[in-house]
Design a protein around this ligand. Structure first.
Ligand code: RTP
Ligand code: MG
Length: 140
């Protein structure tokens, strides 16, 4: 076990906000012992999403993903804790809600929308570098 106090960006995507799951997601984050440092409700535009998802530009799911992320408000959270970057991704579960493990956010609440894999409720930064970049983008 290592000690590494980190911060990560969690987004509750438009499907999570629309389905009133923001509180449940925050409850799980807090139950795990992580701390909420900042939170805001955002209507993201294409500019911020293009920066956020720059690594996926050109992939087949990029356009539907950026469109979906503009379909309603998103809750952005700055979350702190020991190894929270990896820890939140474990809480979230794997990308595809159909195969995400029960007990995870995506496994418990994610629905199979056919091709719309983008509707998987949450985003969590995947590395220290991504977290710094994404936190600068969503919180100035
Ligand atoms: P996230 O970035 O949202 O935390 O999710 P992730 O790391 O598990 O997934 P990533 O590979 O970074 O993909 C970003 C988001 O794009 C959508 N996606 N759709 N095959 C598909 O249709 C597909 N693959 C990915 C998902 O919304 C995913 O969370
Ligand atoms: Mg990712």
């Amino acid at each position: 076990m290592t000690t590494a106090i980190e911060e990560t960006l969690v987004l509750v995507k438009p499907d999570g906000v629309a389905r009133n799951l923001t509180g449940e997601i925050l409850r799980r984050i807090e139950a795990k012992g992580y701390s909420l440092v900042d939170i805001r409700l955002v209507q993201p535009d294409r500019t911020i999403l293009a920066k956020h998802y720059a690594e996926h530009e050109g992939k087949p799911f990029y356009e539907p993903l950026v469109e979906f992320m503009q379909s309603g408000p998103v809750v952005a959270m700055r979350v702190a804790g020991n190894r929270v970057i990896e820890g939140f991704r474990v809480l979230a579960g794997t990308t595809d809600p159909t195969t995400a493990a029960p007990g995870t956010i995506r496994g418990d609440f994610g629905r199979d929308w056919g091709l719309k894999v983008q509707q998987n409720l949450v985003h969590g930064s995947d590395s220290v570098e991504s977290a710094e970049r994404e936190l600068d983008l969503w919180f100035d």
